[in-house]
Design a protein around this ligand. Sequence first.
Ligand code: HEM
Length: 394
Amino acid sequence: MRYGARAAARHEARLLWAGNPGLYALLQAARHTAPIQRFPRIGWVVTDPVLARRVLNDAAGFGMSGEGGVGHLWAQLFGPEMGALFGGARHAELRARARDLFTEEGARTLVERAQGGHYRMLAGRLADGETVDVADATRVLAGRLVADLLGMRLDSPTDDAYRGIFAAGERLAGLAMGTTASTVLPAERIRRARAIVGDITRGVEEGYRTAGPDTILGRCREMGLGLPLTRGLATLLAIAGTETGASGTARTVALLHDTGQQAALLADPGLMPGAVREGLRVTTPAPVIGRAVMTDAEVGGRLLRAGERVLLMTYLADNAVGPFDVRREYVPETRQLWFGAGRHLCLGAAVARTQITRMLETVTAAGPYRIVARRPARRVLVPAYSALRVRAEG
Ligand code: HEM
């Protein structure tokens, strides 16, 4: 490994350790095991990208709603109907209705409308020689995106208000921590989670009544989804793309710097899609995906029984091909496993890619940039920077 690659890997390892020591330990333990292996108290652990995709593509055999799946967590907060939205015909209908909001073109429009001005402001500050905290900016930007997607009307749309939206989503996601061994939530956690949901979805009732058809809330109304389920979906969106998006964006800025590869990108802007893809692959902001085994199934020569759980270690699967390299070709084994696969493949993939692209364009607009300080976030669901201060080399 070159020095830059080693430094980058060290910073990434520190983030994982500081953010989620349990996850870090599991990743270390699973790193050198068989492609699929059974762990006491945890269940099946898959580290191979092809086997992971095989599980994700078999929606009948591996569900989200049973113990071990994220739908199980949501059903405890919003009732069984919400759990049911994670599979079956209703899920397919929802995705089909929302699809055009999340195409490449839809993503560009959304990101420009919700965040465009903020990127320009950041680029201006860097050009003026100021130091910018990219990690903080990604939280503000994520709050802006959620507010726009959900048609929220903020009393005072300040950076602090947007940070507040991010923080509420982060607190809610934090309540899911410690569910690696079981997704059954204790009553106290459910109570706290419902209070946060109430906070995040304050504006949803009005939005559900009045938002236009080009918004998620308007689409929910047109489908006759009902207010409770719409609140559930709004919460899901507020969480799904928030921490993951912020984490992936700031970490890609750091990787590009730490590996010394920003010079290559500056010399050839055509490398941008590769830089974004590599950032997503190496950071894999959703490092583990859980599923419940619904029917007995054979995976990689092992027999998985109905009722068991399986954890797909996407972080390990994605990273197996090697370190961050903006010139790396598309890797067919992993495809875009960082966004999952199959019927739950990330709906916001184009939005996530657009956000990272916009941020990389922003930090390189005034030439090479330098990281002057950084701090990992502690005890978070998604490993991330709490601060990443950069300035233009000038
Ligand atoms: C770097 C950023 C992101 C990453 C790494 C990421 C990753 C993922 C992954 C792995 C899944 C599948 C989970 C599973 O199968 O259990 C997923 C689902 C989802 N993501 Fe993302 N995501 C990101 C950003 C976003 C954004 C920005 C949005 C919305 C604007 C979003 C919306 C969703 C939704 C709605 C789902 C559920 C889809 C379904 O169940 O049909 N994501 N994401």
